[in-house]
Write a protein that binds this ligand. Structure first.
Ligand SMILES: [Zn+2]
Length: 363
């Protein structure tokens, strides 16, 4: 759960709930998820939800994004486009008028994805994915990696290593991963795929947004001199094990979500990857396969980084490229829209299916 600065009051004819996400001590805020319970017989059919001060949330100035809501633990659905409240000093809040809940109403920035959703995936895919403990998180929670097989140090097959949630609540990346893993199981794919589904496990459990969190962003803790979070230390050990069991052209893929208002999907690759290199060609094929889900341009270099917090420290792509010397890319998946269509869970899974088919075609 993540919500703060909550105010509740009765306006003329309807109840109002004002709220905003908490940074939980980090540098940025964006993610929120909370529930409200109606404990009296409701006289009012409509409740107004007001998300306060989007100016100081990450990448959300336009207020285009579409949060999700659900009643009494039912299915999540997208909120419609928000209406705006503009204060004279320039601060913007968004509001939605929704049906008042009979009991529980939950609202979240995007579809939540946690242990419950991962366990559903593991159950639905039989015993295709195995879950192995590989260490612990910074707070000492058991830390897991999934795999379909361990590869082979003698045969060195083409393999994939997938990481999601370095930024804890970038859940659009998690739903695409869900689609990738479900489709690989359907195909009974033999290429070795190792997966860190919850890189910032503590942040996920504690409801942190996890972009530039305290004490340091996991995706700026990969060097250059040493690992600066226990999570990156743990994943780097696992990458070393994986690397000894797959071919050297195997690919590492890191799933993310962009700023709140951004649409479509795109990838970041290290600056020095030339257009004639295999990774670049592979990603061109992925661009075509994704059709209108893909942004134009689809392949980008991370020129944002020198200007971000801890910009001189390495992210996973820099570590994989410069230390492991393996092909790597990160993917940014919109929280709400691609190809002009609002993204729902099926849409994210369909993107995952396309990526899984593409991955298998490279082996
Ligand atoms: Zn991210």
């Amino acid at each position: 759960m993540n919500v703060t600065a909550v105010n509740q009051y009765a306006a003329e004819g309807f109840p109002v709930v004002e709220f905003t996400p908490s940074p939980h001590g980090g540098l940025e805020r964006l993610w929120f998820y909370f529930g409200m319970e109606n404990i009296e017989v409701n006289e009012y059919p409509v409740t107004r939800l007001i998300l306060k001060n989007i100016n100081t949330m990450l990448g959300s100035n336009k207020g285009n994004f579409l949060p999700v809501y659900r009643y009494s633990g039912g299915s999540w659905q997208r909120l419609p486009e928000a209406r705006k409240l503009l204060r004279d000093d320039g601060y913007i809040s968004l509001y939605w008028d929704v049906e008042s809940p009979e009991s529980l109403l939950e609202i979240a920035f995007c579809y939540p994805y946690g242990e419950k959703e991962l366990n559903a995936l593991l159950k639905d895919t039989g015993n295709y994915w195995q879950q192995n403990e590989i260490g612990v998180s910074a707070a000492g929670r058991p830390y897991y990696r999934l795999s379909n097989n361990f590869g082979s140090a003698t045969e060195r097959p083409f393999g994939f290593y997938l990481i999601a949630r370095q930024h804890a609540m970038e859940t659009s990346g998690a739903w695409v991963l869900d689609g990738i893993l479900r489709h690989l199981a359907e195909l009974d794919a033999a290429i070795p795929v190792w997966v860190i589904p919850f890189a910032n496990l503590d942040g996920i459990i504690e409801g942190d947004y996890g972009k530039d969190p305290f004490p340091r962003d996991i995706n700026r803790a990969w060097g250059p001199n040493a690992m600066m979070r226990h999570e990156t230390k743990t994943i780097s050990c696992d990458l070393d094990e994986w690397r000894q069991r797959v071919g050297k052209h195997s690919i590492i893929c890191d799933l993310h979500s962009p700023g709140a208002d951004e649409e479509n999907l795109y990838v970041f690759i290290p600056k020095d990857i030339q257009q004639e290199e295999p990774l670049y060609q592979y990603l061109r094929e992925l661009n075509l396969a994704l059709q209108d889900y893909a942004a134009d341009p689809f392949i980008k270099h991370s020129d944002y980084k020198p200007y971000s917090a801890w910009g001189k420290y390495w992210n996973l792509c820099e570590y994989a490229n410069q230390t492991l010397e393996m092909p790597v890319f990160s993917m940014e998946i919109s929280y709400y829209k691609a190809g002009g269509r609002v993204l729902e869970i099926d849409g994210y899974r369909n993107i995952g299916k396309i990526i899984a088919d593409w991955a298998c075609s490279l082996s």
